[in-house]
Design a protein around this ligand. Structure first.
Ligand code: NDP
Length: 385
């Protein structure tokens, strides 16, 4: 029996994680489930799994959560610190599935408690990757990547012979606008942007996929997680999303992980690791699939890719600024305040006018994140005006 905590239990990744653990109740016992404010979903999941603790980040939702869980044995709490406290309970296995840099503190708290910490929440790795990797080493925590690409690489990567890896190839679906012209992209709506051709995901990552900033964030994430120089991490558009990424070795062998476009596959890998567990997905039908296509990404229409690569190369505070500005711009796009192409423009503008020293502590990262958000927020207002 393993104890499990899910940070971001009401979201897309959190729900997929719950689906898997609820299929095998004899193997998993839930310690804590957290959300921002979706009390209905959180309370229902806490009741189904008999969770010890349910936490909402938004303190205004505590009363509703308390009412919804009255008469159960589930404790309730609220606030950002309570989310970190839940993460610090020291479950054997913690899923980090909060969206955005809001997950940074909870991720660190889970790592400091040791155990296995599964990272779907990529933004903290982008903004504070070195600090997260150092903390994991210091506290003996095992980090497993749930992001499908990084999970694929993890399954193919020979950590004992990292110097024999020639390239990592991150695959990208290309998102809903992979065939759209710049003029068409200028006019896309929120609904079009969140409708991903292959994956069902939360709104923020869906927009990131549409701008391909998601692949840029994943490039930085891969450079944090795998001991390979960043210039040897390549991005290839593979529209079927069947190969989730590849590792190319010096002898010419290329190892790939294939699977359905369903997050339950990489999550199950992390849940059972180093063993395997069954998932409800049908096996891939390669004959029906017929073909696998590959093409180079277009750096002109997908400006975010170049911005992310430059931020990775420059290092220091650049990835944290990139991420914070992107979170602000995506939120503004989702609120119908700015156009689709203005997302990358705001990120670029924020990067161009803010150049702090490289952060060496978590507090420094948080301060840079806050200032980048402030600047990006001003750019949003400029666009709206
Ligand atoms: P969702 O938007 O579906 O879910 C986000 C979760 O985080 C919800 O539980 C939400 O609670 C919670 N949350 C939001 N804001 C806060 C906050 N300030 N404090 C605490 N909790 C908060 O996101 P996804 O599941 O799509 O993505 C989660 C992470 O995983 C992202 O970093 C994403 O990039 C990554 N990822 C997602 C994949 C996917 O297939 N969806 C694939 C690979 C990576 P509430 O519901 O109450 O708002």
């Amino acid at each position: 029996m393993r104890t499990v905590t899910i940070l971001g239990a009401t979201g897309s990744v959190g729900t997929s994680t719950l689906d898997l653990i609820e299929r095998e109740p004899e193997r998993f016992r839930v310690r804590a489930l957290t959300a921002n404010c979706d009390v209905g979903r959180l309370a229902a999941a806490a009741i189904r799994t008999r969770a010890e603790l349910a936490v909402v980040a938004d303190e205004r939702c505590l009363g509703d959560l308390r009412d919804a869980l009255a008469g159960t044995n589930t404790q309730v709490a609220s606030g950002a610190q309570a989310i970190c406290d839940a993460a610090a309970l020291g479950a054997d296995w913690t899923m980090g599935a909060i969206v955005g840099c809001a997950g940074l503190g909870p991720t660190m708290a889970a790592i400091e408690a040791g155990g296995t910490v599964v990272l779907a929440n990529k933004e903290p790795l982008v903004s504070a990757g070195d600090l997260i990797m150092q903390a994991a080493a210091r506290h003996g925590a095992t980090l497993l990547p749930a992001d499908s690409e990084h999970n694929a690489i993890y399954q193919c990567f020979d950590f004992a012979r990292a110097e024999r890896v020639r390239r990592i190839i991150l695959t990208a679906s290309g998102g809903p606008f992979r065939d759209a012209s710049l003029d068409e992209m200028a006019a896309v709506t929120r609904e079009q942007a969140v409708t991903h051709p292959n994956w069902s995901m939360g709104a923020k990552i869906s927009v990131d996929s549409a701008t391909m900033m998601n692949k840029g964030l994943e490039l930085i994430e891969a450079a944090r997680l795998f001991p390979v120089p960043h210039e040897r991490i390549e991005i290839v558009v593979h529209r079927q999303s069947v190969i989730h990424s590849m590792v190319d070795y010096v002898d010419g062998s290329m190892l790939a992980q294939l699977g359905p476009s369903d997050m339950r596959v990489p999550i199950a890998h992390c849940l059972a690791w180093p063993d395997r567990m069954a998932t409800p997905m049908a096996p891939l039908d390669l004959v029906k699939l017929g073909r696998l296509d590959f093409e180079a990404p277009d750096p002109v229409r997908f400006r975010s890719l170049a911005l992310a690569r430059a931020a990775l190369e420059e290092g220091g505070a650049r990835p944290a600024i990139l991420n914070a500005a992107n979170e602000v711009a995506v939120a503004a796009f989702l609120a119908d305040r700015i156009g689709f192409l203005e997302i990358a423009a705001i990120v670029e503008d924020t990067l161009s006018c803010y150049a702090p020293e490289a952060p060496e502590t978590l507090d420094a990262v948080i301060a840079i994140d806050a200032e980048a958000r402030r600047i990006a927020g001003e750019r949003v207002e400029d666009c709206v005006a």
